[in-house]
Write a protein that binds this ligand. Structure first.
Ligand code: PFF
Length: 468
């Protein structure tokens, strides 16, 4: 089947642009907000090793497959399956777009909180941590931040692939690296820094159980932006000259590296503020939004404002390159399949997603309008909504990833996948990489991802805690 090429769609200007944009998609709240605590709760270095195994052995082949399908077809997450001649299988892309919409609806709210915290920090309002609950109930204020974030995301996406997404990634990603390395160096010079590092990384193999294994895989999928066609979409703008395998390796290393550094940066700061007593520190969402402002206060007003401001700006930048990729998935679909202009596609998608995010945004404020709905789904706070949507997203991403590799190996046929990977990669057909990818997509990924998917569904939605 002929694959049409539509020159209106846009393309990356360079491989670096693609890698930075895809790494920007990967590096986000998941790395800086979530990963450090998953590591700490999941057994320190033992969890990191498991996570690395999942990223490189199970997720990497999925990433290569997504990019290859996108590049081969030059189509969005749904249209790609049609273009390959398997329209019946485009439900995989539909699941992906649904996952993207669900994720962005709550992700944008948290990104708005982070952006708002930037202003709280630079004005030295360190008490905001203690007032986090009230802050999230201030629907007007966080609504504005959330709208601002969606508008910024929409603006970048509406500018197109190279002048919008790629250009933003080329500015935001290097800035993010400079900020994170700067804060890291500073954090490591604080008293008790090493206590924090030890707390973060000392391996506790006893903590490794099915729950942590499931957690590591979910985190890997979410963090690498896999299973929802984001990389099919980004891959569709990639030139045939580029090597997909090395690009995917760079994106994975980038993502894993930033997540790891985020923990190395956070825990020394926490250890400093508690005088090295790590017994009662708050984990998860609470650490960043509740405890961290107080931690910055201990640095003194000026330094605290600078470091706190830098940290939350870093978090906002990381989130922005991710929200951009989340919005691009439905936008590319609407542009390709419904022949709308990019601008209109952005407006349609952003409005729908923002509305879907309203429960997450206002649930803490108990708005009259939503109270019935809130009671109906049994959620009382924004975080409950986020947990619910987060669980749904986890499941959809794992399902999407399992189906994408299975489709590529057995329906599209792996010879076709290998031929696409070999384009831009001289010697691929004789390489060990081909053998490894072949084994992974034929057996390892479908079987292991499929089993883990079932376990995660059971635990997320039926309360059967084999894995949670
Ligand atoms: N990878 C992002 C993070 O770790 O925060 C979240 C994400 C972005 C997931 C884009 C999926 C996606 F398509």
């Amino acid at each position: 089947m002929a694959i049409s090429s539509n020159t209106e769609r846009g393309a990356w200007n360079s491989r670096l642009g693609f890698v930075l944009a895809a790494a920007g998609s990967a590096v986000g709240l998941g790395n800086i907000w979530k990963f450090p605590f998953e590591v700490e709760a999941g057994g320190g270095a033992a969890f990191v090793l498991l996570y690395l195994f999942f990223c490189f052995v199970l997720c990497f082949p999925v990433m290569v497959t997504e990019i290859a399908i996108g590049r081969k077809t030059k189509k969005n997450a749904i249209g790609a399956f049609d273009a390959l001649g398997f329209p019946k299988w485009n439900f995989i892309g539909k699941i992906g777009i649904l996952a993207g919409i669900v994720i962005l609806s709550f992700y944008n709210v948290v990104a708005g909180w982070a952006f708002g915290y930037f202003f709280e920090m630079v004005t030295a309002n360190f008490e905001i941590g203690a007032q986090f609950g009230d802050y999230t109930k201030d629907v007007f204020k966080i609504g504005l931040y959330s709208i601002f974030f969606m508008v910024a995301t929409s603006f970048i996406v509406s500018k197109g692939v190279s002048s919008g997404i790629e250009r933003a990634a080329k500015i935001l990603m290097p800035t993010l690296i400079i900020m994170i390395v700067g804060i890291l160096i500073y954090a490591l010079t604080l008293p008790n820094a090493f206590t924090g590092v030890k707390f973060y990384l000392v391996p506790e193999f006893s903590e490794l159980n099915l729950r942590t294994i499931g957690g590591a895989l979910r985190q890997a999928f979410f963090s690498l932006s896999l299973g929802m066609g984001a990389l099919i979409t980004y891959g569709s703008y990639l030139s045939r000259k580029e090597n997909i395998v090395t690009s995917a390796a760079m994106i994975t290393i980038f993502d894993v590296g930033i997540a790891f550094i985020a923990g190395l940066m956070l825990f020394p700061i926490v250890a400093y503020s508690t005088g090295g007593d790590m017994a009662n520190i708050e984990g998860g969402a609470g650490l960043i939004f509740v405890a961290l402002p107080g931690v910055f206060e201990t640095l003194g007003t000026t330094l605290g404002a600078v470091m706190g401001g830098a940290f939350f700006l870093l978090l906002s930048f990381a989130a922005l390159t991710s929200t951009v990729s989340l919005l691009e998935v439905p936008v590319a679909y609407i542009v390709d399949e419904h022949k709308k202009t990019r601008k209109n596609a952005v407006i349609i998608s952003a409005v729908i997603i923002f509305v879907l995010g309203l429960p997450s945004l206002v649930a803490n404020g108990y708005s009259a309008f939503f109270s019935n709905f809130i009671t109906y789904v049994g959620a009382n706070t924004s975080t409950d909504f986020m947990t619910f949507f987060g669980h749904l997203a986890d499941v959809l991403l794992l399902l999407g990833g399992t189906l994408i590799v299975t489709f590529a190996a057995y329906i599209w046929k792996k010879e076709n996948l290998h031929d696409e990977i070999a384009t831009g990669y001289e010697g691929y057909h004789d390489s060990i990489n081909k053998k490894l990818i072949d084994f992974a997509i034929s057996y390892l990924c479908p079987v292991l991802l499929g089993i883990l998917f079932v376990l995660v569904v059971l635990s997320n939605f039926f309360g059967i805690s084999i894995i949670n």
